[in-house]
Design a protein around this ligand. Structure first.
Ligand SMILES: [Zn+2]
Length: 416
């Protein structure tokens, strides 16, 4: 009989709640049983948050393509809509599950194969009634044969930072749940300023996705290994702190014991950092370029007055490096802006015309100063023809505030 081990490198985190091409973070809605993401602005915001991280992380990950075979690999997720732990198996069913034959319990779902493209990280999202604003974590290793945990390029490790013992950071993907009990009002639109009294969904989505990579995560040995007592010692996050503050601090505080459990978030209210400037942050409604905000991965999102949105900071990105993720070191050369014809109609609205290529993605951006650019629409798919875009379209929202684009008049189109 072959040996198998059940290991749930898992955890929960309560919170409030391309050089390379970058990592593709694929948001998967199959477990959104409550229909939270039927709201198009919620969907657009979490995808914008995923694109933000994908421009920061450029870690290669091996492709996964496993079927029903003698290893029948599994992973574990916490169902974002129900909170139940679910084991997913690559076998076609319990009858052909080699782990069951070896004495393990049946899996909860049989997918008959698990395929994930190279450099792609899947995040299952959904919503339920939570005590916090969000809850997220990496997918866990589940019940598997020992050799599956040891596969360097396999489902669990994908060539990432493999340690000799079990307990590597699993890099299949993550899960993220968002609160739906109506205790507070979400502000979903990431291209507008959150109204007072609402909670900015883009900020919370960035935070929860951070947990999916292992940041602030309970049960992730790489993260726990960076902490002694209630102090974080990772060299890259510390170096980021020293640069942001011209300080010689030796460690960074985490929450520590809170109500009988260890909370691995950064300590509330204790650490400020500058927004990570590479990879096109969404500066709208934040402290802006060069300003300091509380680190993204602190336990509670205390938004400063007049600053209703948080972004990823230098310290959060340093911590990603401490975990072994490869991150953006310099902004990749951007494709030159697309040649544009800009017209105005009688009401002062802008008409942009540019030639697009079939299958390529184009983003319209606007700016107040021609230096900081913000996306103004979901991306546009090219069609091998002249594409026309109108600022007067009823779906257009000015990310710089009502009507600001008319005064500034800066537009550009970038191809992804
Ligand atoms: Zn959290």
């Amino acid at each position: 009989m072959r040996a198998w081990v059940a290991t749930y490198f898992f955890l929960l985190f309560f919170c409030l709640r391309t050089p390379g091409l970058g990592l593709t973070i694929q948001i998967d809605y199959r477990y959104d049983v409550t229909g939270f993401f039927d709201h198009p602005d919620a969907r657009a915001a979490i995808e914008a948050a995923a694109r933000r991280w994908s421009r920061i992380i450029n870690q290669p990950l091996a492709a996964v393509d496993v079927g029903d075979d003698e290893d029948d690999r599994r992973f574990v997720l916490r169902h974002p809509g129900t909170g139940k732990l679910i084991e997913v198996s690559s076998a076609s069913g319990v009858e052909s599950d080699a782990l069951v034959e070896a004495g393990a319990s049946p899996a909860d779902e049989y997918w008959g194969g698990i395929q994930i493209p190279a450099d792609t990280f899947i995040v299952f999202v959904g919503s339920r009634d939570l005590d916090s604003l969000g809850l997220a974590g990496p997918l866990g290793g589940g019940t598997n044969f020992e050799e599956v945990f040891e596969e360097v390029d396999g489902l669990l490790n994908r060539g990432f930072n493999v340690l000799p013992e079990f307990g590597n950071l699993t890099v299949i993907g993550g899960f993220a749940s968002f609160d739906s009990d109506g205790e507070f009002e979400w502000h979903f639109n990431h291209l507008t300023t959150p109204e007072q009294g609402t909670v900015d969904f883009y900020s919370i989505a960035l935070h929860e996705l951070g947990h999916c990579f292992g940041l602030g995560a309970t049960g992730v040995v790489e993260w726990e290994g960076l902490i002694e007592g209630d102090q974080y010692l990772g060299a890259n996050a510390l170096s980021a702190y020293r640069q942001d503050h011209e300080s010689n601090l030796e460690s960074l505080p985490v929450q520590g014991m809170v109500e009988n459990r260890f909370d691995y978030h950064w300590k509330d209210g204790a650490i400020d950092s500058i927004i990570f400037p590479l990879g096109q942050p969404n500066y709208l409604s934040t402290v802006g370029r060069g300003g300091v905000q509380e680190v993204l991965m602190s336990a509670t999102a205390y938004f400063a007055p007049g600053v209703p949105r948080h972004e990823v900071t230098n310290i959060d990105v340093g911590a990603l490096k401490d975990l072994g993720w490869s991150v953006l070191e310099v902004d990749p050369p951007q494709e030159p802006p697309i040649e544009l014809q800009i017209l105005r109609d009688v009401s002062g609205e802008f008409i942009l015309k540019f030639s697009s290529q079939l299958g390529k993605n184009y983003r319209i951006q606007t700016s107040l100063d021609s230096h900081q650019w913000n996306d103004v629409t979901p991306s546009i798919l090219g069609k091998n023809e002249i594409t026309t875009w109108l600022s007067g379209d009823p779906n257009f929202i000015d990310p710089n505030g009502l009507g600001a684009y008319k005064k500034a008049g800066f537009f550009r189109v970038v191809k992804d």
